[in-house]
Design a protein around this ligand. Structure first.
Ligand SMILES: *Cc1c(COP(=O)(O)O)cnc(C)c1O
Length: 361
């Protein structure tokens, strides 16, 4: 039987080539392994389309570790971070900065409403202590695409730095020409690697020795050590790195960002149309929807429980994702990973079949 298809925002369904790349045990002192790391950083900088004033710093851990590393390594202790919040990942960014002891100002709007560049402009004018603005590119909690270009130009015009959590967008959504100090993503989202490492594309001048309050999450130290030795500080996730190399090879062979976006958009359009046919309503209006993960209102049946729905769809070979909204009952369906329209149509059939069996259609 085929493995379950993951309709989630990561970990994702990966290809056999990506999985089999993990069958080698690498030594962390092996020059060929260092070459693997260097080639990944090289390709990530190319995908980001940045110049020689940026570097790529890979980091062990899940994506959150890399976001925390970027904030701690960039925001000066005596300045403030403005965080734009319209969902759970924005909230997490504000919380991690507070935990680090940084002064944080939160600009929050309701989940499902895009953050506003005009409000950012006002907030920056009112508070000169703010050195950086933190925002989420695609807010995975709802699937909403935030107006990154507009916010980035406001932040740049105000002479501040943008820290962009592009975790669930990088590689699929364009960032060409975007002004940022740091952009964070991880191996297991749109680049379709496996979980275990994140990376930060960061302006070299934004890294300063001794600024990070953490040893293991110090991007400046990680970068300088890697420059000197070619190695990661501390044990690298060797198998994850090898799988990421394989995933990037496939990404480039597929045609890069435009091809990846086209596949995800086709997946997403098919998903939205199929769910509409089942009478399941989307949480977001189409212009706000990124082709990454979709939030749907739960069927309005009094006995609806996500767990039962999940089990019924799981038995048919597809893994759904729970909703992340506090006010309304929702569930999420991802359309990223090594899947295309064939898997999406099968998933819609499985969801319809499960709803029929449960009597919720
Ligand atoms: C996945 C994701 C993260 C990181 O989550 P981890 O569970 O730590 O990998 C951060 N921000 C966004 C927007 C994400 O989608």
């Amino acid at each position: 039987m085929r493995e379950a298809v993951l309709l989630t925002p990561g970990p994702l369904t990966t290809t056999l080539a990506t999985k089999t790349a993990m069958l080698t045990d690498w030594g962390s002192w092996d020059a060929r392994f260092n070459q693997l790391t260097a080639s990944i950083c090289h390709d990530l900088l190319q995908i980001a389309e940045v110049g020689a004033d940026y570097c790529c710093v890979p980091l062990q851990g899940s994506g959150t570790f890399a976001v925390e590393a970027a904030i701690g390594s960039l925001v000066p202790r005596d300045r403030e971070l403005l965080v734009l919040v319209n969902g759970a990942y924005g909230q997490r960014m504000a919380k991690m900065a507070q935990v680090m002891g940084l002064k944080v100002q939160v600009l929050a709007v309701t989940d499902g409403i895009p953050v506003s560049a005009a409000a950012v402009k006002e907030a920056l004018a009112a508070n000169p202590a703010i050195s950086h603005v933190g925002m989420i590119h695609c807010e995975t909690a709802t699937g909403l695409l935030n107006p990154v270009a507009e916010v980035a130009s406001v932040v740049q015009a105000a002479g501040r730095g943008l820290i962009l959590d592009s975790m669930s967008a990088f590689g699929a959504l364009s960032i060409a020409g975007l002004a940022f100090d740091a952009l964070i993503s991880s191996a297991n989202k749109c680049l379709e690697g496996v979980p275990g490492m994140g990376f930060v594309i960061v302006k070299k001048t934004a890294l300063q020795v001794g600024r990070s309050p953490s040893l293991s999450l110090d991007l400046c130290d990680q970068y300088e050590y890697m420059q000197k030795t070619g190695q990661w500080r501390f044990t690298p996730p060797t198998h994850v790195v090898a799988a990421f190399r394989a995933a990037l090879d496939q990404y480039l062979a597929e045609g890069g960002q435009l091809a990846r976006l086209a596949r995800y958009q086709a997946n997403g359009d098919l998903l939205a149309a199929g769910m509409a046919k089942l009478g399941i309503k989307p949480f977001l209006v189409p212009p706000l929807q990124a082709p990454i993960i979709y939030t749907f209102y739960a069927p309005a049946h009094p006995e609806y429980k996500f767990q039962r729905f999940y089990q019924a769809v799981c038995q048919r070979g597809f893994l759904l994702y729970p909703g992340k909204l506090t006010e309304v009952e929702t569930f999420r369906v991802g359309c990223i990973g090594a899947i295309d329209q064939a898997e999406i149509s099968q998933a819609i059939a499985a969801i319809g079949d499960a709803l029929l069996e449960l009597g919720w259609l």
